[in-house]
Write a new protein. Structure first.
Length: 201
């Protein structure tokens, strides 16, 4: 089970993975291109849920978006705030990604590699849809990893649709440039758009 303490223990080395720290310029450029294609033009208001050390938060801020990051690990939040120090239009708060302490309405709710780990992903998605502006969108980057963890793309699509959204699947397994090399598992993004205004949270 994921806990703040378990993620605190990973924080110091979290950015060492190519797709976490985006230290390789080619990997960073690939993520910038991916997000540019999935998000509306800047400046959009983005909630980055489970933001970790703030790597994508920073990438989006550099692109001109207004970003609010949330993570439940104090160590991750400290690292994210240090990474984003001096930037305007961006915040990072400690909180539960499943029930973020944010006020609607966002143009984008972004979540990477977190939905699979939540105890009730369906309930989390309903809350996230409630954060969206009427024309907003969910952008979920997930995977079904060879370790046995994760969600299949079909599972995530079904969850998004049950939350009252249309779902658009973008396979990412073959895009080795995103991961620093070939990957042996299913990786993908799902973009969800509310089919109608959410009635309530």
């Amino acid at each position: 089970m994921s806990t703040p303490a378990s993620w605190d223990a990973l924080a110091a080395r979290y950015d060492e993975a190519d797709d976490h720290g985006l230290g390789d310029p080619a990997v960073r450029a690939a993520w910038r291109e991916l997000l540019t294609g999935l998000l509306p033009p800047a400046p959009a208001r983005v909630a980055d849920l489970g933001c970790g050390t703030g790597t994508l938060t920073l990438l989006l801020a550099e692109a001109g978006h207004r970003v609010d990051g949330v993570d439940f690990s104090p160590a991750m939040v400290r690292r994210a705030r240090a990474k984003l120090a001096g930037r305007t239009g961006v915040t990072v708060e400690r909180g539960d990604a499943a029930d973020p302490p944010l006020v609607p309405s966002y143009d984008v709710v972004l979540c990477r590699h977190v939905l699979w780990a939540l105890p009730d992903p369906a309930a989390a998605l309903r809350r996230w849809v409630g954060l969206l502006a009427p024309t907003g969108r969910l952008v979920l980057v997930e995977g079904d990893w060879h370790t046995g963890a994760g969600l299949r793309a079909s599972e995530t699509v079904a969850l998004v649709e049950r939350a009252g959204c249309t779902a658009e699947l973008h396979p990412l397994s073959e895009r080795a440039e995103l991961w620093g090399g070939p990957v042996p598992d299913e990786r993908y993004a799902v973009v969800g758009r509310p089919a109608q205004l959410p009635k309530s949270r």
